[in-house]
Design a protein around this ligand. Structure first.
Ligand code: SAJ
Length: 431
């Protein structure tokens, strides 16, 4: 039924799904507007740098055996049996609406190159009603009709950096079709690469499920963060409280932390809320979002508390940010809570050095992959991301390197007791 598949958007979603379909025997073409990504992929090199088990090897294999190639040319859509759209869908906080520029550009380019009765599948996370009001609208602009001249479905991605291939292969997926036939075709297509269950439904339900599943997690984390702020005031370790709370059946208190980054959580509840704009005000979703957005600023408050206690001036101090990525052991820095922390510290005229072994370059500052270099002469270690390598930090050793022994722990990585025993001034989210 399907032979040639075009995947539009060679990012965290498009690359692994293209590799999976190529490995399943389909002829896959990755269409990407950024030239260096096209070139890397055609050399079998993976543009995603974090540790992604199996991805680099799989990509090299399917490029070598000719099942996957990349191009900038949307004309590849003309003889495609299926076209997957995997472009970013950020939320524009200033305009309080989704930024669909990438999605619209991709769908327009597909619309201009639609010559077969292709199945078009949107994997990007979109606000409910986007399939109807944006995607279908653009695809039908040249007089074509969904269901008649092309099939249309929404199969929301459930990727997570660090588990890109694992999630595609093993997680259940919702498959929303614009009509029954589109639904059936999309289920058939994904059954070649998804071992998890495929749940057919309509497009609107699929859009709501995806944004809801992440809004749910954002609220869970917001709850944990609010409990952390309460426990800090009461002088109790939230992580001990959480452990005991979760002994109670049907409880699943999440982890408080320095903030909520990534490509999904910071925006998906906003996409969901946008779909009912001017109709209802989803207060719980927005309050949780707000709590999560204040956690990086709370980290700066904890840093200021430590400087006050040690009678040090933040101005001209050296502060070491440990972890620029939004997620442990990943190179993905999208919406990382480290940025608002760095910005606030710079406003206070501190000198900020960033350590992250996964993130190779950072436009707004200097980044090092040497822990010693990051901590030499430092007045404060700020733990933002719990990369595994930080668990091996030797407190005695770093105390000798630092100018002022202060640790502010955003991910419960260090033990307060051990830090204080070694002479550090310690603050931790929720501790
Ligand atoms: N975080 C917390 N506390 C928690 C969990 C996460 O502060 O208890 C923070 C993380 O540090 C990170 C952010 O939230 O900054 C997001 O973490 P995440 O584990 O949710 O990672 P994501 O953003 O990659 O989440 C994705 C989502 N999956 C999809 O969108 C398909 C999310 O719904 C999944 O639960 C998650 O992957 C997963 O665990 O697979």
């Amino acid at each position: 039924m399907f032979k040639k598949i075009v995947v539009v958007g060679m990012g965290y979603v498009g690359i692994p799904v293209a590799a999976e379909f190529a490995n399943a025997g389909f002829d896959v073409v990755g269409v990407e507007i950024i030239k260096w990504k096209v070139d890397w992929i055609n050399k079998g090199k993976c543009p995603i740098q974090g540790n992604e088990p199996g991805l680099t090897k799989l990509l090299k294999k399917v490029v070598k055996n000719g099942k996957l190639r990349a191009t900038k040319d949307f004309m590849e859509c003309r003889d495609a049996d299926a076209i997957l759209i995997c472009t970013e869908t950020p939320f524009d906080l200033k305009r309080k609406e989704p930024d669909y520029s990438a999605l619209k550009s991709a769908v327009n380019s597909v619309a201009e190159n639609l010559e077969k009765k292709s199945l078009i599948v949107v994997e990007s996370t979109i606000a409910p009603k986007t399939m109807e009001n944006v995607v279908k609208f653009i695809l039908e602009k040249n007089g074509k009709k969904a269901g008649k001249d092309f099939y249309l479905a929404n199969c929301p991605e459930r990727v997570m950096p660090g588990k890109l291939l694992h999630n595609i292969e093993n997680l259940d997926r919702v498959v929303g079709g614009i009509d029954k036939k589109s639904q059936e075709l999309a289920v058939e297509l994904y059954s070649h690469i998804v071992k998890g269950k495929l749940y057919p439904t309509d497009c609107l339900t699929a859009e709501i499920v995806k944004t809801t599943e992440n809004a749910y997690r954002d609220v869970q984390i917001g709850f944990a963060n609010e409990i952390a702020l309460i426990c800090e005031k009461l002088g109790v370790d939230t992580f001990k409280v959480r452990e005991l709370v979760n002994k109670c059946p049907y409880r699943d208190m999440h982890l408080p932390g320095a903030g909520v980054g990534g490509h999904c959580l910071p925006k998906d509840s906003l996409l969901l809320a946008y779909s009912v704009k001017d109709k209802i005000d989803p207060r719980m979703l927005m309050t949780a979002r707000e709590i999560n957005e204040t956690m990086p600023l709370h980290m700066v408050e904890l840093i200021k508390e430590c400087f006050k206690e040690t009678k040090k001036d933040l101005k001209k101090s050296k502060i070491s940010i440990f972890g620029l990525a939004y997620l442990a052991n990943s190179d993905d820095t999208r919406n990382t809570p480290a940025i608002p922390i760095i910005e606030k510290l710079k406003e206070n005229e501190a000198n900020v050095v960033i350590h992250d072994s996964y993130v190779k370059k950072f436009d707004e500052g200097n980044i090092t992959d040497s822990i010693d270099e990051a901590l030499k002469g430092s007045d404060c270690l700020v733990l933002v991301t719990a990369h595994d390598e930080y668990k091996k930090i030797n407190l005695k050793k770093i105390k000798k390197l630092m100018r002022t022994p202060i640790i502010v722990d955003g991910r419960n990585l260090f033990s307060k007791e051990e830090c204080e025993k070694e002479g550090f001034v310690y603050r931790g989210i929720g501790k």
